[in-house]
Design a protein around this ligand. Structure first.
Ligand code: HEM
Length: 418
């Protein structure tokens, strides 16, 4: 899902990711695309993956149910690889795997229907006032400062607060999340599995505590938070299992904050690196929607989809992918496919917006895209209103990149110029 780094070739196998080339992964995607619409990759732990590099093939794969996400098919592919797992931070087997990203219809449809409404455009629009207040509060804390880490002091608190409030995760434990979530999403980190377990256990305990409140119908008139609504669905008509309840909560918590933090951070970074575009947006804030779409296309926070697995031989992009293989779409490369986006390496907030793959495509397209857009559009508009002359406070080469599956800086020192 992130940086395809220096490409070390082993026959026709290309190794991903390589964190040293993080500063500029896009030439590597272009090099992969030049080899063909489907290339063979090898992850850091040796799992072989067919990587989709071009737009048309990506759409064909993402709408084709033969590229399965079911836990059974993924486990089969894993067994075939003889290894322990792609290590993306999303468990693909066992009790913890019962969520949207590890199911095909009808289970996927059943689980998605339970949460779709809470993330619908109409429901998310109701959060606008809350996001605005949160952004303004964070900006007010920066008054009088010359510099700030715009991730730690701005983007991160927005992302974590919004998803926790929506899900119904209380304030007191949020400080643990950053550490657990970061490690759980860091391929190869020694504490990856343990952090994932800690987060799962925390959610199991939280759900147990919330279940009592739901059973007592403690606040019958209030709009229930998403976790309470799922607990109620389990209590009233057994709509999902206990493991699915925990796994779904984990997925939404993990997928719902580092991603939006990454989007806001990448927006600030690329605007700061293109001062004429930043000035343009500061003068014409009505361009914000297309500016955020351009950030998503140019350098969104999710560079690769999660894995699919073939349950039969499938021919795609002129290649037969054998049954029991892992397949992954290289989103970041497809979003710069020159056959779809003219002059794709140019960052241009006035680019005529057209569909990009930043939020995926097909049955598994992102559940939280309206929330992500609301947060990013609000945050960037308001920060530029306050600091229209904002610039990086270090050279771009000194920006540390996160070593997780999310493509984003780990810190973003910026000069707060009015
Ligand atoms: C800029 C922010 C975000 C980006 C770029 C992003 C990207 C993506 C992508 C590419 C997928 C498809 C993965 C695949 O097909 O393998 C996806 C799925 C998903 N996203 Fe997001 N996401 C973002 C924010 C969020 C938020 C805020 C939530 C909140 C809950 C969320 C929840 C999910 C879930 C649950 C899925 C699985 C959907 C399914 O399988 O039906 N995402 N996201």
């Amino acid at each position: 899902m992130n940086q395809v780094k220096e490409l070390q070739e082993h026959g026709d196998l290309i190794e991903i990711p390589n964190f040293e080339a993080m500063l500029n992964p896009h030439p590597h995607y272009a090099a992969l695309a030049a080899k063909g619409p489907v290339v063979r990759l090898r992850t850091h732990i040796g799992v072989e993956v067919y990587g989709v590099t071009q737009w048309d093939t990506a759409i064909a794969v993402l709408r084709d149910i033969r590229f399965s996400k079911s836990s059974a098919n993924m486990q089969n592919a894993l067994k075939k690889s003889g290894l322990s797992g792609p290590g993306s931070g999303f468990p693909i087997s066992g009790a913890k795997a019962g969520n949207l990203l590890n199911t095909d219809p009808p289970d996927h449809t059943r689980l998605r229907n339970l949460v779709n409404l809470a993330f619908s455009p109409r429901r998310i629009e109701l959060l606008r006032v809350r996001v605005e207040a949160l952004v303004d509060d964070l900006l007010s804390r920066l008054v009088g400062r010359e510099d700030a880490d715009m991730i730690g002091e701005f983007a991160y608190p927005i992302g974590i607060t919004m998803i926790c409030e929506l899900l119904g995760v209380p304030d007191d434990s949020r400080s643990n999340f950053r550490d657990w979530a970061t490690k759980a999403m860091s391929p190869g980190h020694a504490d990856q599995q343990q952090s994932l377990n800690l987060l799962m256990q925390y959610l199991a305990d939280l759900i147990a505590a919330k279940r009592k409140l739901v059973a007592d119908d403690a606040a019958p008139d209030a709009q229930p938070d998403v976790l309470s609504a799922m607990i109620a669905a389990r209590l009233t008509n057994d709509a999902l299992t206990e493991d699915e309840l925990i796994s779904m909560s984990y997925l939404m918590l993990i997928a719902g904050h580092e991603t939006t933090v990454g989007l806001m951070s990448n927006a600030l970074l690329h605007l700061a690196q293109h001062p004429e575009q930043m000035n343009h947006l500061a003068r014409q804030p009505e361009l914000i929607k297309q500016a955020i779409e351009e950030v998503l296309r140019y350098d969104g926070p999710v560079h690769r989809t999660t894995m699919r697995a073939t349950a039969e031989d499938v021919e795609i992009g002129g290649l037969t992918i054998p049954s029991g293989s892992f397949v992954q779409v290289l989103i970041a490369g497809c979003n710069r496919d020159p056959s779809r986006f003219p002059d794709p390496d140019r960052f241009d907030i006035t680019r005529k917006p057209s569909q990009n793959l930043a939020f995926g495509y097909g049955a598994h397209f992102c559940l939280g895209l309206h929330l992500a857009r609301l947060e990013a559009q609000t945050a960037i508009t308001r920060v530029l209103k306050t600091y229209p002359g904002m610039r990086l406070a270090c050279s771009p080469e000194d920006i540390p990149w996160a070593k997780t599956v999310i493509r984003a800086p780990a810190r973003l020192p910026m000069r707060l110029t009015h």
